[in-house]
Design a protein. Structure first.
Length: 481
């Protein structure tokens, strides 16, 4: 079944006008911080080791599940996709996302396949038939958000416009929520197993876990996980952003309101005043509890209360959960301002003594942490703008070469915290938003003085920036003073 839909997805892929930007050379990172260079190079080699063969029945793919399964699962792909794109695995991303989107179905209560293997089958470790299978409910919203991030990074509108993706979006924000009783006011009252097979067997994981309301799989008797609430918020907000891009402003406003309803419930119902942290699950015994799960509050960027957010960041940074959880830390800790901790985790996760560092998410997470985190590279296909900002307290330098994004390719060097150079090595122009931490008045752009604009980041740190168009082949140097 999957293979047939895979062929259909490939036909669709060929007729959407998608263009792959060939990377003639592999992406390369260099820095005065040699530990980071060593970590990046290990991560790159390890991640590419998990690249599947194009001749496999499923088509281009990369390992994003427990390696013995030769498979890719929704949560891991949602996390690994930007790291994979950085490493030139564009065809793999397109194929894998196509398969997840194309296989959503009413017979599975608007789930798709949680995990697909290289033989183009739903992985037998997680699937028996459409009524008996393993599935984590945050996954639909994770894939929805990941496909949006892929569009912003690559400029490939296939990720939001192709019929299979449009269908996946629509079914996820409507039928899926209804089928699994996930409206904002039902999260603490929903039944434990709204779509359980009949007769139901509690001892059968494909019955009990057909619709786990969390990514946390070790919590018994679970009604709702806080990560599911955060995923619902992000899913609704992402869909609103997609609709806005398509000019459907009235419908976009409706889904933005839906997103805020989930966030209000998150803040009103899930904050533990006594312990100054969020509860991470709510049981069928009507009791809140705390285990792993806080990571996804940051991953889905669901927190807006600055005090609570900072407490959560500190707790996450101090928590040595399993490597799956910690693989999110490099990107997230850079994103939320804990730069030194982010660097610490990159070095820790790549250390040969770290248990299970070979799990695929770890290497891909390090790649994303260096490029999006340390280098502050943030493409936005909506405006063909590339934002960059160097996130470090050191006086050193860092550079990235042969990086594909926005239908072109670049080389970027942060000479120091006050000077950056970019080269458009591809064939499409883009607008460079060169950002620097601190309140500077002017910048020198290739010898010409300009007035800088001011702004702040998500932690209210002052940023000075300038915007300039970079044409193919052009090299531009910006120095602030």
């Amino acid at each position: 079944m999957v293979l047939l839909k895979h062929k259909a997805a490939l036909i669709l892929f060929l007729f959407t006008g998608y263009k792959t930007i060939a990377q003639e050379k592999e992406v390369a990172f260099n820095s005065s911080d040699k530990e980071l260079v060593q970590s990046f190079n290990w991560a790159k080699e390890t991640a590419l080791h998990y690249k599947g063969a194009d001749t496999d029945p499923v088509g281009p793919w990369y390992e994003s599940a427990l390696p013995p399964r030769s498979a890719f699962c929704m949560r891991d792909v949602s996390h690994q996709c930007i790291g994979a794109e950085i490493l030139g695995l564009s065809r793999q991303n397109t194929n894998m996302f196509n398969l997840f989107a194309a296989n959503i179905s009413q017979s599975k209560d608007w789930c798709t396949y949680w995990e697909i293997n290289k033989w183009a089958k739903p992985a037998p470790d997680d699937y028996r038939n459409d009524k008996e299978f393993w599935y984590n409910l945050p996954a639909n919203f994770d894939i929805l958000n990941a496909s949006w991030r892929m569009y912003l990074w690559t400029g490939d509108s296939h990720y939001i416009d192709a019929p299979a993706f449009v269908n996946f979006q629509q079914k996820t924000v409507k039928e899926y929520i209804d089928a699994w009783v996930l409206s904002p006011d039902s999260l603490l009252t929903r039944p434990a197993h709204p779509n359980a097979p009949v007769p139901y067997n509690e001892n059968d994981a494909f019955h009990r876990c057909r619709g786990l309301p969390s990514y946390s799989e070790g919590v018994p008797n679970l009604k709702t996980g806080v990560d599911l609430v955060a995923a619902l918020y992000r899913g609704m907000l992402t869909y609103s952003e997609i609709l806005t891009t398509k000019g459907k402003l009235k419908e976009a406003a409706l889904y933005e309101q839906k997103a805020q309803q989930y966030r209000k419930h998150l803040e009103a119902d899930w904050w533990n005043e006594k312990d100054n942290q969020y509860y991470t699950y709510y049981s069928n015994n009507n009791q809140f509890g705390m285990q792993e799960g806080e990571t996804f509050l940051l991953w889905f960027d669901a927190l807006k209360d600055t005090v609570r957010t900072n407490k959560t960041i500190k707790r996450v940074a101090a928590s040595r959960w399993n490597v799956e959880n910690m693989s999110y830390y490099p990107y997230l800790l850079y994103k939320f301002g804990a730069w030194e901790k982010a660097r610490e985790y990159i070095v820790f996760l790549s250390n040969p003594s770290t248990a299970r560092r070979e799990y695929p998410e770890v290497s891909y997470g390090i790649i994303e942490g260096v490029v999006q985190g340390l280098m502050g590279i943030a493409p936005d296909a909506r405006t063909k703008t590339l934002g960059t900002i160097y996130k470090t307290n050191s006086a050193g330098n860092a550079s990235i070469d042969h990086l594909s994004l926005l239908n072109t390719s670049i080389s970027l060097a942060h000479i120091n915290r006050k000077q950056s150079t970019i080269t458009n090595t591809g064939k499409q122009p883009f607008k460079w938003k060169a950002m620097f931490y601190g309140a500077f008045k002017r910048a020198n752009i290739n010898g010409n003085a300009v007035i800088l604009k001011k702004g702040t980041d998500d932690q209210n740190r002052v940023i000075s920036f300038v915007e300039t168009t970079i044409t193919p082949g052009q090299k531009v140097n910006v120095k602030v003073y």
